[in-house]
Structures are given as structure tokens and as C-alpha cells.
Design a protein around this ligand. Structure first.
Ligand SMILES: CC/C=C\C/C=C\C/C=C\C/C=C/C(=O)SCCNC(=O)CCNC(=O)[C@H](O)C(C)(C)COP(=O)(O)OP(=O)(O)OC[C@H]1O[C@@H](n2cnc3c(N)ncnc32)[C@H](O)[C@@H]1OP(=O)(O)O
Length: 280
């Protein structure tokens, strides 16, 4: 939950500031299907800052505890599923906050990757880097046309840690994953379908959600405990490895981001994003 200062003029005519709690995710459970939809709502691009990550984590936990039959993750933004980590969190960072950001990204990944109910991503817009991470943590992906998805870290001069790559390796053949990661390739929707990075294309967000619901529906007649244990068997090795390395991984991330050449690169990248946005 993030707090925002609202400014208003009170009865005395003085401007007052009021702090309100704003949730950056919503959870809606469909009464008929029992499926929960987790929607990210941090305009304009669902940049994963500390508050969004905390809210995603708490929404996943809410879904874990409310007996939902499945989880669909999507975005309230019309063009972007998630632009990945909020780069502002990494530029000239406050060290404690940066540590918390990476720890929460780890938490979101392991909670989403490890949840026992069926999961699907309705990718209703672009999903680079951390956006792709969320989608690949799920069991099924449906994406709208003319968007991009992938792990582009090497393009930014950084490397994606092993746990982040493991989602990719669950889906893509090793040869395709290695080439895509070393190139920092962003796949178009059509390319992603061709390579198997996504499972289906849908013409709208609504259709994407419907297709995710249909996927989750395929488990209706499967014993949920047997399903959950089977999913766990497939994912346990990656999770075990992640838990062994997670503390070292935070230290590695911090030392990488704090390197002067990486800070310089992030500054240039941010400038490029702003210039591009101003041209549009
Ligand atoms: C740099 C990282 C350094 C060290 C990390 C080390 C290891 C970590 C390894 C892996 C973990 C994951 C990392 C990440 O997720 S890094 C983030 C990577 N994300 C990107 O490269 C995406 C950048 N964004 C885009 O390509 C486009 O915005 C996008 C295709 C998503 C949408 O395009 P659209 O045309 O719809 O919007 P824009 O006009 O480009 O953007 C609008 C607005 O939003 C700002 N913006 C965009 N993306 C981000 C972001 N990730 N963080 C912060 N802000 C972002 C953009 O600047 C515009 O702002 P404004 O000018 O103020 O309107």
C-alpha cells in the first residue's frame, strides 16, 4: 500500500494536505468460477517500485488464503502489462530502499512461481524484463498483438540472475533461451507464440482473460491436491536453489547497481526513455 498526499482547500480557506492509502493492485474473485484476477494499477507502465511489489505480494497472499480456484494476473494500463523494475528505484538509489526493492521482487517471484493454484497471465500490453518475469512465473500466458516480451537485461549491460532465468527455462528450449538472453532479445507477440514463450494470442484484454479462465477450467476435474503436488515437483528444484542463493543475490544486485559505469548506463537509458516519451 502506498500513501499519497492529497491537497485540498479546507473550510478556513487554507490548503491542507491529507495522506491517503492507495492500493496499487486489485483482487477480484469471480463468484461463478472462483478465479481471482490480480490487476496491477500503477500508471503509466506498472513500473515495479517498492510499493507496487509489496502490493502484488499481499494480493498473491490474499488469493492464497481465500480459497480461489486460480489466479490471473493482468494490468489496468491499456498498453503495458508491466515495464519491469521501476528504473528510478535503481538510479542514484537509497541503499536500504534498493535492498528492499530487490528483496520484494524475489518475494513476488517465489510466491507467484510457487503458489499451488493454477496461474495464468493475461498480458494485455508490453512485458519487458520484470514484466516478463511475472508472466513466466505463471503456468499459462495469453498476449495481445503487436507487443513485446522478453528478458532484455544484457541490452542494459546487466545480467538476469539464475532464479529469474529459471522461469524462461521452464518454457523455452535451452538453446532458444540462451540465445535470447545473450542477445537481450525482446520477442514480438507473433515471435513469442512461435517460440512457445506465450501460449495463445487474444485480440483484447477481455479475450485474454477469457482464455486464461478457459485454461484454469481445464483443471476443473483434476484433484487439486494431486495437481498442486505435481506442480510443486516440477518447481521445487528452482525454488530450493533460489532460497540457497537469495541473500547473496541481494548483495550481488546492490553491488552491480552501485557500480559507477552501471549508474552511468542507467542514467543514459532513463534519458532515452524520457526523450522517446516526449517525442510521442
Ligand atoms: C537498469 C537496471 C540495472 C540494474 C539491474 C541489475 C540486475 C537486474 C536484472 C533483472 C531484473 C529486472 C530488471 C528490470 O526490470 S529493469 C527495467 C527494464 N525495463 C525496460 O527496459 C522497459 C523500458 N520501457 C519501455 O521500453 C517502454 O516504456 C514500454 C515498451 C514498456 C512502453 O512504451 P510506451 O511507449 O507505452 O511508454 P513510454 O512512453 O516509453 O513510457 C511512459 C513513461 O513511463 C516511463 N517508463 C517506462 N518504463 C519505465 C521503467 N521501467 N521504469 C521507470 N519509468 C519507466 C517513461 O520514461 C515515460 O515516463 P515520462 O517521460 O515521465 O512520461
Amino acid at each position: 500500500m502506498s500513501s499519497r498526499l492529497l491537497s485540498f482547500v479546507g473550510r478556513t480557506g487554507r490548503r491542507r494536505l491529507m495522506s491517503t492509502a492507495i492500493k496499487l493492485t486489485t483482487v477480484e474473485v469471480n463468484d461463478k468460477t472462483g478465479i481471482a484476477t490480480l490487476t496491477m494499477c500503477r500508471p503509466p507502465v506498472n513500473g515495479q517500485n517498492l510499493e507496487l511489489l509489496l502490493d502484488i505480494k499481499s494480493s498473491i497472499n490474499e488469493i492464497k488464503n481465500n480459497n480461489s480456484r486460480g489466479l490471473i494476473i493482468t494490468s489496468a494500463s491499456p498498453k503495458v502489462f508491466s515495464a519491469g523494475l521501476d528504473i528510478l528505484e535503481m538510479y542514484k538509489p537509497d541503499q536500504q530502499r534498493l535492498r528492499a526493492v530487490w528483496t520484494e521482487l524475489q518475494n513476488v517471484w517465489c510466491d507467484l512461481y510457487g503458489i499451488s493454484v493454477p496461474t495464468a497471465a493475461a498480458i494485455n500490453g508490453h512485458a519487458p524484463a520484470g514484466g516478463c518475469l511475472l508472466a513466466t512465473a505463471c503456468e499459462y500466458r495469453v498476449m495481445v498483438p503487436n507487443c513485446i516480451i522478453g528478458l532484455n537485461e544484457t541490452q542494459l549491460g546487466i545480467i538476469a540472475p539464475k532464479w529469474l532465468v529459471s522461469g524462461y527455462l521452464n518454457i523455452l528450449p535451452k538453446r532458444v533461451a540462451e540465445r535470447a538472453l545473450t542477445q537481450g532479445r525482446l520477442f514480438t507477440t507473433d515471435e513469442a507464440l512461435q517460440e512457445g514463450l506465450i501460449d495463445e494470442i487474444a485480440n483484447s484484454k477481455e479475450e485474454a482473460v477469457d482464455k486464461c479462465v478457459a485454461f484454469i477450467g481445464t483443471f476443473a476435474k483434476v484433484n487439486p491436491v494431486a495437481r498442486a503436488l505435481t506442480k510443486q515437483q516440477f518447481r521445487a528444484d528452482n525454488l530450493r536453489q533460489f532460497h540457497k542463493e537469495r541473500e547473496q543475490d541481494v548483495d550481488d544486485f546492490l553491488s552491480l547497481v552501485n557500480r559507477p559505469e552501471v549508474q552511468k548506463g542507467i542514467g543514459i537509458y532513463l534519458e532515452g526513455l524520457k526523450k522517446k516519451a516526449n517525442k510521442q
